[in-house]
Design a binder for this molecule. Sequence first.
Ligand code: NI
Length: 501
Amino acid sequence: MLMKLGIRIKNYMREGYSTVMRSKVFVGIAFIVIIFGIFYGANQFAGQSEESLESREEVTFSSIYPGLNREIHTKETEKYTTSISRPYTEDATINESINEWINQQEKEFKINMEKWTEDGADTVHRGHLNIQVETEKIAEMIYTLEFKAYQIAGGANGINRSKAFVIDLNENEQLHLFDVIDKNEASIQNIQKLIEEELYSRQDIEDYLFEDKIEDDLEELDSVEWSVNHEGLAIYFDEYEIAAGAAGSINIIIPLSKIKPYLQESFAHKIMEDFPETNGDTENEEDSDQKDEKKEEDLDPNKKYVALTFDDGPHPEVTPRVLDTLEKYESTATFFMLGSQVDYYPLLAKRVVADGHEIGNHTMNHPDLTTLDVKQIIEEVVVSSSIIEEATGINPKLIRPPYGAFNDDVKNIVEDKNLSIIMWSVDSLDWKSREAEAINEEVMSNVSDGSIILLHDIHSATADALPQLLDSLDKEGYKTISVTHLIELRENSGAGPYFSR
Ligand code: NI
């Protein structure tokens, strides 16, 4: 649910991170067990042949949601920043309807930005568009994608939008409400009643509700925004749709136990089978197989050292290429990961750690943190850390705020969570040029001893640039080490900029 993040964080605070996303952990562990079973099984027969290594990568680094992948696209201009999570399937029609909604949000944002600029926007604040998505497996190859978009383009308040897609990748189709619930008079009426009951039981919004608008809305039940998961049927209402603005956007969940009688039998069967109503506790018992921390005791303070940092991953294609090159050059780097990407590719995150690299937190959804309130900042930081720790066994000690944007609230919160803010001193501009040659030039003409170099393991051009970059650095006498080691080594000699706790 959109509320799920909130629930997750509440769980986190109440019970500690190990219960966060219990069901996902369960699915994740089951998957890991299967994958490693296949991998070791295959290895016993094939030995260390190239073939087995290839198939290992292919299998190991696919998404934990079979048939589904995701990418994040970020953009930065003088006036605004955007961060857009884009899940995609192998089916063009499904992708199209997802993209259509995303493009609509972008269009609206650009129009609002133009208006803001024309009205003489203040030059202090930048606009921001953030489109994030939560993915939930509700049955075999059936997923709920819950999108949440917020945009700030002038005005005191941002605009929030919700959208959900329930997709069945067995049939490659987007499910509609009447694919899920029975389309007969009685069940429709009962569901309408359940929604109304749920709305009027909410004391926080009760006073703002418009009775007639609710009636109108529910009249056309199949045009209501909805999704379903093992918690129940979720219904989404935009701001002003059924209530005064003070109520904001409204999301409700009708528990599965109440909705069950109206579900189509075949669908009910599928989701019940995959998610028995009581979820057994699944302890996260995996041990991180991180190599012993590379011993850096031979570091010579008189030599030249730099830290390569890779942001916004893990990415299913680019990150493995970056890791292979780093391995070849015996180079160590630091990866600032997005919790939302680690959620999809936990085994890839695990490999980053197993290869001896350092992991930092880059928030959950890549928002401009300065546009969020304190509660939202905490969510972005804490949920991401917990997902990274679940996947890798490492609790990050470093954070890089998206776009390098932070304020006093952000500083206080990360300090409270024992995280150090790490910025950069050399921007490869890979996000802008997307061109290997240009990336190398940009870095090599700006690098000096103690530099923290910003790269992104989401652009293929960055992976293309890396072998030559490592060659050039080596030729000029630079050694690459993790951010933490660089800061220890160069504490008083200008490594940074960074802020430690
Ligand atoms: Ni970033």
